[in-house]
Design a protein around this ligand. Structure first.
Ligand SMILES: NC(=O)c1ccc[n+]([C@@H]2O[C@H](COP(=O)([O-])OP(=O)(O)OC[C@H]3O[C@@H](n4cnc5c(N)ncnc54)[C@H](OP(=O)(O)O)[C@@H]3O)[C@@H](O)[C@H]2O)c1
Length: 184
């Protein structure tokens, strides 16, 4: 088998309180967002190592950087994707194989509808813009990239505040959205 590039993009989330969704849904989410991504990487990487060439882009999220109340399992799955991708980069430093975690913010797609999110006050980036910035970052050999300048600043919140303060900030961003009011 020869694989030049692997892009692990498939994933879904839910906007709800943790107990408001079935375990079956969380199981499906983890199987897709985490297990499938690890399995496909495990399947494709040996061939890339053999020819010392290849690239992997794992689609994580701006939610990878901090816990996500009201998207608890989804946020944890995307933290996994970022951690896993960066750890792989470390193992492959002396190889000609790039691994990059793409961390988009809110983006136009079927994602928000499937997540039962209220998008009325969200800024959704066009998917084409996210893809363009991702490919530019990949060319620059970035280990991770956050699409959009504002999203990049948001991704720095956990570096600037305590862990508890960070969680409270995320609650203020999503609680009203999940409980039926608009996102502030
Ligand atoms: N949109 C956002 O705001 C946003 C923000 C941050 C990160 N992301 C991430 O971006 C990635 C792409 O999502 P998207 O925004 O393009 O959402 P989307 O329009 O809902 O697309 C999701 C993709 O995942 C696939 N998928 C869903 N469930 C699957 C399953 N059980 N088995 C196999 N494939 C499945 C879908 O396949 P089908 O086409 O066959 O249904 C589709 O290709 C996801 O990893 C998501 O977590 C999205």
């Amino acid at each position: 088998m020869s694989v030049d590039y692997l892009i692990n993009n498939a994933g879904f989330g839910k906007f709800c309180e943790f107990s408001g969704e079935s375990f079956e849904t969380y199981h499906k989410m983890l199987m897709l967002n985490v297990n499938a991504l690890v399995e496909l990487t495990h399947l494709c990487l040996p061939a890339m190592v053999n020819k010392n060439s290849g690239g992997i882009i794992n689609v994580a999220s701006i939610g990878s950087f901090q816990p996500l109340p009201y998207q608890t399992v989804y946020g944890a799955s995307k933290a996994f994707v970022l951690s896993f991708s960066e750890a792989l980069t470390g193992e492959l430093l002396d190889k000609n194989i790039r691994v990059m975690a793409l961390c988009p913010g809110t983006t136009e797609s079927r994602f928000m509808e499937n997540a039962n999110a209220d998008t009325s006050n969200m800024n959704l980036a066009p998917a084409s813009k996210v893809v363009k910035s991702a490919l530019a970052a990949y060319e620059k050999n970035r280990m991770y990239t956050v699409s959009g300048k504002i999203n990049y600043v948001v991704s720095l919140i956990p570096r600037l505040f305590s862990r508890k303060r960070t969680v409270k900030i995320v609650v203020s961003m999503f609680k009203d959205n999940v409980l039926g009011k608009s996102l502030v």
